[in-house]
Design a protein around this ligand. Structure first.
Ligand code: XMP
Length: 319
């Protein structure tokens, strides 16, 4: 009988066989997948693993601190925290094409991982929490769809020439299986139950140009939305919920004045594996509460809309 306990043992043996006495760098994104991959690999090879958390400035509110705390304090796994906000934002300046954003972010990640690999005396392996759906939705080289929908940065976004070999122990798993493995490995429930968050982060939730100002506005709106979702007890019923900041300005009225600010779209879906999704049918009163709070509390947004598109034909993320 296939079980998570035996999967764990098999993977640990495979990881040891693949890396031998080599050093491994594991990129942490703040999401469940990379966290589970890191803990599994740490079990397999201990001190040979170094985790790298690249803060690209495209994280959600307080997310960077949470990741660092979990790994350093809870697990005691060596963690390098790279503050790369300035580098990412300057590289994204003027870039509006979604695939160009994804390619830039993927390449910048790899450059930083390679630099860190050199610093720790030459890591030969890069570990990632790639899942099966990332593999099939991403690129044609693995025999998936002939049309690339998006280059998930941890698959299709990798540069063709990279000095490190990939270690991807979760490549056969779906999200629910990764969560089961995370529980098996003793990860805290709050972490295991987190909604997925894409590697390119807020960079693909700001259609058009990504600026620091737009990220700051979006972080506040997103935090209010999620706070209300948690308060309503809906977090676990939803696969993923997030705000998107549109590059569109509309006219509004506040007090005695005219406003001309940006539009925020709210997304929430249910799904089993991220491959297909249905919209989450909030009560109208819930949505108006969130809309009112966002417009009142976030400067720069004066209108909120709800995305009613299932996947397909929409995708979960907007880019
Ligand atoms: P889409 O937008 O393709 O998203 O329907 C499906 C699921 O994948 C996540 N996603 C990503 N995850 N790197 C990731 O690690 C990426 O580049 C990426 N793009 C999308 C998305 O959040 C959803 O859960």
């Amino acid at each position: 009988v296939w079980s998570m306990a035996s999967f764990r043992e098999t993977k640990i043996a495979e990881i040891r066989a693949q890396v031998g006495t080599g050093k491994v760098i594991c990129g942490l994104s703040g999401g469940v997948d990379s966290a589970v991959a890191a803990v599994l690999i740490h079990e397999a090879i201990g001190e040979q693993l170094t985790c790298v958390f690249v803060d690209h400035g495209l994280m959600r509110l307080h997310e960077a601190e949470q990741v660092v705390t979990l790994f350093r304090d809870h697990y005691n796994i060596p963690l390098v925290h790279v503050d790369a906000e300035a580098m990412f934002l300057s590289g994204l300046a003027g870039v509006t094409d979604p695939e160009a954003k994804r390619k830039f972010i993927g390449k910048a990640f790899i450059d930083l991982f390679e630099a860190e690999a050199k610093k720790i005396g030459g890591a030969k392996f890069l570990a990632q929490g790639t899942l099966y759906p990332d593999v099939i939705e991403s690129v044609s080289f693995i025999g998936g769809p002939s049309v690339t929908i998006k280059s998930h940065h941890n698959v299709g976004g990798l540069p063709e020439r990279m000095d490190m070999a990939l270690v991807e122990p979760l490549r056969e798993l779906f999200k629910d299986e990764v969560r089961a493995l995370g529980r098996e490995l003793g990860l805290p429930e709050v972490f295991v139950g987190r909604h997925p968050f894409p590697g390119p982060g807020l960079g693909i939730r700001i259609p058009g140009e990504v600026t620091k100002e737009a990220c700051d506005i979006l972080r506040l709106a997103d935090a209010i939305y999620l706070e209300e979702i948690r308060a309503a007890g809906l977090y676990d019923a939803i696969w993923q919920a997030f705000a998107v900041l549109l590059p569109v300005r509309t006219v509004g009225v506040m007090g005695d004045g005219r406003t001309y600010d940006r539009v925020c779209a709210l997304r929430a879906v249910t799904s089993v594996d991220g491959m297909t999704a249905d919209i989450y049918p909030f009560e109208p009163a819930f949505l108006s509460r969130v809309a009112t709070r966002i417009v009142n509390e976030v400067r720069g947004i004066n209108r909120v809309v709800y995305d009613y598109t299932s996947k397909p034909p929409g995708t979960i993320e907007w880019e």
